[in-house]
Design a protein around this ligand. Structure first.
Ligand code: PLP
Length: 403
């Protein structure tokens, strides 16, 4: 029987998600004398103030009860849901039809589908640092590369356009723009998005607009990239996950904004990929028309008011901490806090996170999990009193470690 020791594939072992790897190195003490908190979990459904609304849940229950959602359907997704999404995300400059919408298995599935059709081995995509690490994991899985371009921590995490210019290569197939941003909590102005579009036009690079946090802003409008260009092809990723607070439903989509059919050949390629993995649970897709029909006018404003209140607590509490800079969070569910280590006896954000967990019973996500350094991400979903308590503990930690 000894000769039955089997080896997994090289490619499975080479698949690395930096978030999981980093989180596993941050451990809370088992015997901490006070309650411990994690500000790292980006799943809104876990927090009492961010439960899914009844108009969302009822739509899915009704669809499930109808008995019409138990079978397979079109591998690009349930037709009426695609029509709803096409209407919801059409803009003055471009009208989408159902054929421009592919429903996928979460935002993750949508990203996977796009990367599968864009990347040959040796190609690359440009992703931000800090940025959403899954892009790197998936690109590497296709024997392609994810090259990082910098966001500027002290200019509200805008794209460093000079760095972008340095990073593009003849094999660059796409630039990924996450807006509103996970992990930074920033929202790009229209002018800044136009700069990115002009850059993409100049280099003939398509855009993957990750708008999983579409409309989730406070104090600043969200401009979807597809609404700002006629000439640069934009593949937008969206999902029910964060906007309707149901990430476990695993329902996302790709929207193709390509007025002049520059990416015509990608459509049959997408069909082929989708015929392999198919779609999310049909009853979830069947809920989509009802969800959008019943969407209350003030829905996003109400959800985002809660995020805003938490962001203000973080900003106010940390305002007088010289080593930390919260910038101005404006959207998504997060705040990215830049750390200046110059007067500290801690020298990396991973070390910061490990010691903070041990000494203060608070878990934060160090920037290394987001392909960056010298910063950490806070999720803005806990009850306010928990955020206040955690900020006080972070302040004590910094005082103790300032030299
Ligand atoms: C920027 C970004 N893109 C994509 C995703 C993946 O979305 P989903 O959970 O629907 O797979 C997430 C999830 O956190 C995200 O933050």
């Amino acid at each position: 029987m000894d000769d039955w020791i089997l080896e997994p594939s090289v490619h499975s072992l080479n698949t690395v998600n930096p978030v999981r790897e980093t989180v596993s190195s941050i451990k809370l003490p088992t015997d901490f004398p006070k309650p411990t908190y994690s500000l790292a979990l980006g799943d809104p459904s876990y927090y009492p103030d961010f439960a899914a609304h009844s108009f969302v849940v009822d739509a899915a229950v009704e669809a499930l009860r109808s008995g019409q959602g138990n079978g397979y359907t079109d591998s690009l997704g349930y037709g009426p849901a695609r029509e709803t999404l096409a209407r919801a995300y059409s803009y003055d400059n471009i009208r989408l039809t159902k054929d421009d919408v592919i429903i996928d298995i979460g935002g993750t599935g949508a990203i996977h589908t796009i990367l599968q059709v864009f990347l040959n081995p040796g190609d690359n995509i440009l992703i931000s640092s800090p940025g959403f690490p899954l892009y790197k994991t998936m690109a590497q899985n296709l024997n392609a590369e994810a090259i990082t371009y910098n966001l500027k921590p002290y200019s509200n995490w805008e794209v460093d356009l000079e760095d972008l210019e340095r990073k593009v290569t003849p094999r660059t197939k796409m630039i990924v723009v996450v807006n509103p941003c996970n992990p930074c909590g920033s929202v790009f102005s229209k002018e800044h998005l136009m700069d990115i579009l002009n850059w993409a036009e100049k280099h003939h690079v398509c855009i993957l607009a990750d708008e999983v946090y579409h409309g989730m802003t406070f104090g600043k409008p969200h401009y979807p990239l597809g609404s700002l260009t006629d000439t640069v092809p934009v593949f937008t990723v969206g999902a029910l996950s964060k906007i309707f607070l149901v990430p476990g439903w695993r329902c996302g989509w790709v929207l193709i904004y390509d007025k002049y059919n520059k990416c015509e050949k990608y459509r049959p390629a997408i069909n082929k990929i989708k015929n392999m993995l198919l779609h999310p649970a049909p009853f979830i897709m069947q809920a989509i028309p009802k969800i959008y029909e019943n969407l209350p006018e003030n829905y996003f404003a109400e959800v985002m008011q809660k995020v805003k209140e938490r962001a203000e607590v973080v900003k106010n509490k940390l305002a007088d901490v010289a080593a930390l800079n919260t910038g101005s969070p404006e959207g998504s569910l997060y705040c990215m806090v830049a750390i200046d280590f110059i007067n500290m006896d801690v020298k990396s954000s991973v070390e910061f996170a490990q010691k903070l967990a041990q000494e203060e019973g608070v878990v934060i996500m160090p920037a290394e999990a987001f392909l960056s350094h010298s910063a950490f991400r806070i999720v803005l979903c806990h009850p306010i009193h928990v955020i206040e308590e955690c900020m006080d503990r972070i302040k004590s930690f910094i005082q103790r470690h300032t030299v």
